[in-house]
Design a protein around this ligand. Sequence first.
Ligand code: MOS
Length: 754
Amino acid sequence: MAQTLNTAVTRVDARRKVTGTATYAGDVVPAGMLHGALACSAIAVGRVASIDTARAEAEPGVVAVFTHETLPDYRTVKGFYAGGPGSASFWPMEGTEVRYSGQPVAYVVAETAAAARRGAALVAVIYEEGEARIHMDEGESFVVGAGEESEGMVTTVGDVAAGMEAAAQTVDATYTTPFQHHNPMEMFSATAEWRGEHLTVWMPSQSVRTLRGGIAKAYGLPETAVRVVSPFVGGAFGSKAGITPYTMLTIAAAKAVGQPVRLVVTRPQMYTVATFRPESVQRFRLGAAADGKLTAFEHVEIAQTSRFDDVVNPGTHMTRAMYASPNIRTEQRLARSDTNTGGFMRAPNEMQTFFGLESAMDELAWKLGMDPVELRRANDTDRHPVEDVPFSSRSLMESYDAVARSFGWADRGREVGAMRDGDWLVGYGCATATYPTNISPSSARVRMQGSGHAYVELAAHDVGTGSYTIFAQIAAARLGLPVEAVDVVMGEADLPLAPISGGSTTAASAGSAVHLACLNIGRGVAEKVAAQSEGPLAGVDPARITLEDGMLRGPDGQSQSLVEALASTPMGELEAEGQYRHPALTDQALRMTYQGGYGVAGPVTPERAMFAFGAQMAEVRIHRFTHEIRVPRLHGAFAAGTWLNRKTAHSQLMGGMVWGIGSALHEVTETDTPRARFLNANIAEYLVPVNADVREIRVEMLEERDDYVNPLGVKGIGELGIVGTAAAIGNAIYHATGTRLRSLPMHIPSLIQA
Ligand code: MOS
């Protein structure tokens, strides 16, 4: 059997995707379907004084216009940060209150999508407008739960003041990151169909079980009466994880009109109805001895949150895990402003916090007169500096050494401005990448046929990452079948429990369940063939038969392929479940997962700290007259345990690095500050890197073995690649120009103003 893991397998759904035959949730057209459209608030804070729907209702094709006064049986759920499945705690259209710009105020149902949108534009609202502020005020920041139970939001080890005092060199610097918004290619959509007390919802989702559980509870229905379908997802990145107002409004509207309704949220509306990356301020104070060893490490993060949710993505929990220091202090703070609730967006705190940390480390290296790679080496550690447990594996310096070789790090000019090419100033910069390994409980069902075909079923998702392919590969490897002989079924809530596709959990968690299910197939077949009167394994103690790469092996060298063994039994086919629970998973985390929540073991367990690591190096060229910034080369080396698929993993890492270029040089959600609105709410004006901005990207995937994280030895990689890119680019800009940019994005005006 050819090896199927750690090879470059082409996506099993590639043909369907490129030929347009992959059916996304928004492609489904239930019989009699009508179209929905949202009318959204023009003010950020205040009240709806009155709504006139007459013109909208008179528009040809419009079937109904619902407002807070007229939408019957609209239900809501608790917000994620209050322990529920919702994207936010405040629900629009429950009353007259307006709490953010772009909040839905009316829902139009029409015979066509165009008519629904025309109707939405004709809804006339009179507001009482209140005071609104879109940017946070750092002076009003607070620590969640401070005073009572702050759950690690403030950490102190040793004495940072003494460590700063003892340092040969110190850095005290503040870095800021802006609001940034998701722009997945696939629009947000929801399609709802009621048949009596049975409801079907088609919606691109990172968690079909979260959707089903929350919707069923909101309507007082048994979960079996709610079907949630999300076969393909065209990019999610954190934006499709919760139950949103547009979901519940569509469900209510479909119920009210007695026909199925599909809503496709417009691109501008996508900026206000789902999660986004909140703006942040990162202050680092570092002290080091002359040899580079840290004597003090302090990180205070202030992140923006809405008025009604405490969005805690504790970036300080990641930065404090990176480098050894006897004195460590971290503080996780929030500050409120008038927006919808933000939160998850690819590497939802690591992108921001590692721009800060890895820029600060570079500043420290320059002050010490040290190679920045050697500064990381001087502070590398095999134990978590705060939790004092060993890392399950940590290939940080192996990553630096590998990327330094491929990049030619040693060949750089050592001084600021030492490298030039005509009118272009050239600089090199490096930064650490990391992502916590979060392991969820998961189950999977595998059915294998003696004809040599297998089916894998689980309530997981392919958010565009290649999950269909890696689950097929895992089953193919274990069962000894070609990848094409395995069919994977996902994206339905009634399939075996699988985790939310967030936090880079899916491959490691659900993959382990697929692996265990296949081992259970092996056990079942072994028992049957051992009990038969003839065959190579007849009469062997079944407890001593093992399954290895599709071969059943007895203790004395007997062997038979699993598929032949299965075919030799009268069963013809066999089904088995695999249930994977990391030993460190708490009962509470397990319960949370069953309730549709985010339950994980890690990244720190009582025995180990689990993180994936990598290192990035960037070359920048800055035109000395125009200040144009180019990134001709970006190299990364990453170690994340076992590579399941070298092609899809490479794509994830490369995609993260491309997005990293965007976060460094392009992306910012501009604000109309007086009106507290996001301005460039479209993909023409919200800048992302295009091909001209992305030149040579090299991704090196290092071998790493980790027996602690899970039976496959897999760590998550969906978010790893974006972490550190912005700092590597900023550090290269400093090397080229001597100008330190501490705010994202770094662009021509930043260099002119610096
Ligand atoms: Mo991702 S931001 O963990 O969906």
